[in-house]
Write a protein that binds this ligand. Structure first.
Ligand code: NQM
Length: 369
């Protein structure tokens, strides 16, 4: 026998995920995670027996409920379902899957459209971060079609502008969890920073790379990847994340001078696969590091003038624009607000089935012996 749970598949930005109402999923976390692993087909490098896309960017889940907090409409819990391990990680946030929360909340009737544009305030439960999403809702329905283009997604779609008000220290407790704008690990200058996503930023050239390689070229260099992971594991405790061996944070971003008209060039590992573009909070965090004098990113960035800057972050399939509102002083700038543009599209709505036995409590080892 199989059990089905109501699910919507949605592309959010450059990611794709399974969106659920919290009330439809098991309330017991162990049972919920068993369901999610089976539903997406993990652990299996091909995720052949589930709807996961066999890559971290397409093995994601959104768990959504109405908020009961003034000023907040929706609570969103993000879950990264690890492709090849039986692990569901709810430590980080995902700004791409976040983009789909607005349309999903309206499609499921959690938020009523208000005219041509509907503003939805979402709290990401994982990190406490609050974001404002603007969804086009002509005639009381979500509009998915439009002229907005984001690199990494073919075609154009309706724009979803997103503003973040308070992303600093989302997981690490502080923007610069070591208290320093730069540190050294294994002889390499790094900036350990969290403006929505814990990221270790380091110069590509410090690891013998140009920073312009393709993800495939970087993935093929096993010695380089081992060194990157060595640095990541050392960074984890320094970033107050503890042992990060099994965690999907911190992410690792190599930086280089821009070479396609942008303001900085990046290659990001999430944390073991090389991203084909760059994450949303990843971009906000890299952009923040770029404006901090003394950081590992600052010497590689070409900054536009002014307190309000739009930084174009180059990545393997194009660029990602982040608008920063900067306060503080020239020596100690403070990023007060970050904004960006995403798109999303509803792909499927229905029930996602797993074998009934998946939800049954597994017999304890003692009982089974
Ligand atoms: O940084 C990839 C993505 C992400 C996460 C990752 C994201 C973000 O591209 O907010 O969006 O870093 O694992 O979806």
């Amino acid at each position: 026998m199989q059990t089905g749970i109501r699910c919507m598949l949605m592309r959010g930005g450059t990611s794709k995920g399974a969106y659920f109402l919290a009330e439809d999923l098991p309330s017991d976390i162990a049972a919920r995670d068993r369901f999610l692993l089976a539903a997406l087909g993990s652990p299996d490098p091909r995720q052949i027996d589930g709807v996961g896309g066999a890559h971290p960017l397409t093995s994601k889940v959104a768990i959504v409920s109405r908020a009961n907090e003034p000023g907040i409409d929706i609570n969103f819990l993000f879950a990264q379902v690890v492709v090849d391990k039986p692990h569901v990680d709810t430590t980080p946030n995902c700004g791409n899957i976040l983009a789909g929360i607005g349309p999903f909340a309206i499609e499921r009737g959690l938020v009523k459209p208000t005219g041509n544009l509907t503003k939805i305030v979402v709290r990401t439960v994982n990190t406490g971060t609050v974001a404002e999403l603007l969804i086009e809702t002509p005639n009381g329905r979500v509009n998915y079609e439009g002229n907005a283009r984001i690199d990494g997604v073919p075609g154009t779609h309706a724009p979803i502008p997103i503003n973040f008000l308070d992303a600093a220290g989302s997981v690490c407790g502080a923007l610069l969890p070591t208290g320093n704008v730069a540190d050294e690990i294994d002889g390499v200058k790094v900036t350990m920073i969290d403006n929505g996503m814990p990221v270790v930023i380091l110069a590509a050239e410090a690891l013998g790379k140009t920073g312009y390689e393709t993800p495939k070229e970087l993935m093929a260099d096993t010695d380089f990847r081992a060194r990157l992971e060595y640095i990541r594991l050392r960074a984890g405790p320094l970033m107050k994340l503890g042992d990060v061996k099994k965690q999907v944070v911190p992410k690792m971003t190599l930086v280089a001078k821009p070479k396609a008209g942008g303001h900085i060039c990046t290659r990001t590992f999430i944390p073991h696969e090389c991203h084909t573009s760059i994450g949303v909070f990843g971009s906000v965090t890299v952009a923040t590091a770029a404006v901090l004098p003394g950081s590992a990113a600052h010497p590689y960035s070409v900054l536009p003038p002014g307190k309000v800057k739009t930084l174009s972050i180059e990545h393997p399939t194009g660029e990602f624009s982040v608008r920063l509102e900067i306060g503080g002083t020239e020596e100690k700038p403070v990023v007060e607000r970050a904004g960006l543009l995403r798109t999303a599209r509803m792909l499927f709505d229905g029930h996602l089935f797993v074998p009934e036995s998946v939800l049954a409590k597994p017999a304890s080892k003692k009982a089974a012996a």
